[in-house]
Write a protein that binds this ligand. Structure first.
Ligand code: SAM
Length: 452
């Protein structure tokens, strides 16, 4: 990828850096973040893995499509070395991957973080976390259905790192098998070694652990209590993005390995799950993604006014050349709206957006300049939808179009808000009267972008 040296990446908190992480990370000061989580793409299946499909993301993949695992590891190595550099001495590093590359990535990370003396508890490698889930299975496939991801957990200093253990509820069978004793008041307990003498067996050197006083069971290194976003019941969170991770997964990692006010970095942040979780847990966040579409998506998800975006943006000429549906998608998301995934029969509505006065106002986007007849057609759309406000977006509006918009306002009391692409780079959605939402409306990104 061509390094854009004109872009200056000052180290700023609560910020999304839009660019290749290898370039951005080089400009960060060393030992500056407390926790890193990454979920890099693995080139197992292009269609599935390339989400944003914009020039920037495709460029980031291009030369690694053919190279196989060695090429992939060569690509990851400098990135993990740079992440190691920006991690504080007390920091932790989590790498999310799956069976395709986990063994290779483990060897790579062992080399970067060091092997320690390889005794349990004394290495920089702390855990191989297995995130288990269920989902549709192919009845005829000749493998055991693959239903887990791997998260490798490393620290930079073997002795000094944040670790806040999490406790979960006891399962009924655990209570039945271990809390077998009852005291004179009927309280259930089990005995545990107290570490103060005796061999931990018999009554000597043991204490009573009461069920009603227990914090619960320690969360171990296989997690089967977090559902993927595409699971039934999780749809509210699902943006339709195939590799989107659940907020609760990130919350577990962030709560365990950082404290309030700490800095969390995700250098492959996709639609920003790590950043959303960090914000909800009062941590400071930094996200990096190579795709401007991803960066706008995150800003829509978190709120433009609640973060900074630094780095590459689409140029006007790129936007002009962009596939029409991607352009529509980009525009509608950029103003905080929900795109209409229908390719045909959309009845002139490319998306909807909420204002303080009215919900679901129609949006129409044109990749050419908007003229008077376009405005006339859109007026019909607004009326058909019983709305008083609508948004139109384009590169330019002709004089006739602007006059027509003014006439509708005067004579029909209809408000059409024209948005010019170049103003979008400067203005936040609220400038156009649009409400910034805390929760993004579900929109199936992948379905929508497939139409390219
Ligand atoms: C698997 S997704 C991350 C998903 C994320 N964990 C989530 O929950 O939304 C990987 C992301 O890495 C980004 N990416 C790929 N190569 C990159 C690079 N060199 N620098 C920065 N981001 C990159 C892609 O654009 C994609 O959004």
């Amino acid at each position: 990828m061509v390094e854009n040296l004109k872009v200056k990446y000052d180290f700023k908190l609560d910020t999304i850096y839009c660019g290749d992480n290898e370039i951005v990370l080089k400009r960060f000061p060393p030992k500056s973040v407390d926790l890193i989580y990454i979920d890099p793409p693995f080139f197992s299946n292009q269609q599935y893995e390339i989400l944003w499909k914009d020039g920037y993301e495709i460029q980031a993949y291009k030369d690694r499509w053919e190279g196989g695992i060695e090429k992939y590891i060569d690509w990851m190595k400098p990135k993990i070395e740079l992440l190691y550099r920006v991690l504080k001495d007390s920091g932790s590093f989590y790498l999310h991957c799956d069976y395709h590359a986990s063994a290779y990535l483990k060897v790579l990370c062992d080399k970067i973080f060091g092997n320690g003396d390889n005794n349990i508890g004394r290495t920089y490698f702390k855990n191989e976390i297995v995130w288990c889930y269920s989902g549709r299975e192919h009845p005829k496939s000749k493998v055991f259905p693959r239903k887990h991801d791997i998260i490798l957990f490393y620290v930079k200093n073997k002795k000094n790192y944040t670790f806040n253990p999490e406790f979960g509820s006891y399962r009924p069978e655990y209570i039945k098998n271990f809390f077998k004793e009852k005291d004179e008041d009927g309280r259930l307990y089990q005995t545990q070694p107290n570490g103060k003498g005796g061999n931990g067996y018999g009554n000597k050197g043991r204490y009573r652990q009461y069920l009603d006083e227990s914090k619960g069971i320690r969360i171990n290194d296989w997690w089967d209590d977090i559902k993927p976003v595409w699971h039934r019941g999780q749809q509210k969170e699902h943006l339709g993005y195939p590799t989107q991770k659940p907020i609760s997964l990130l919350k577990r990692i962030i709560e365990t390995s950082s404290n309030v006010g700490d800095i969390v970095l995700d250098s492959f942040c996709g639609c920003g799950t790590t950043l959303v979780a960090s914000k909800e847990l009062n941590r400071r966040f930094i996200g990096i993604d190579v795709s401007p579409l991803a960066c706008d998506e995150i800003a829509t998800r978190i709120g433009y006014s609640k973060l900074n975006i630094i780095g590459q943006k689409y140029s006007i000429s790129e936007l002009k050349k962009m596939n029409h549906f991607t352009f529509q998608y980009w525009f509608v998301r950029r103003i905080g709206g929900t795109p209409n995934p229908r390719k045909t029969g959309d009845k002139g509505i490319d998306g909807k957006v909420d204002t303080k006065k009215e919900l679901n106002c129609p949006i129409e986007i044109k990749q050419h300049n908007i003229t008077r007849p376009d405005v006339d057609k859109f007026e019909t759309v607004i009326k058909r939808n019983n709305k008083k406000t609508g948004y139109m977006g384009a590169f330019e509006f002709t004089k006739g179009a602007i006059e027509e918009i003014a006439r509708f306002k005067r004579e029909e009391k209809l408000t059409i808000i024209p948005i010019i692409v170049k103003d979008l780079f400067k203005n936040e959605p609220k400038k156009y009267g649009i409400i910034e939402k805390d929760k993004l409306k579900t929109v199936n990104i992948s379905k929508f972008l497939k139409k390219q």
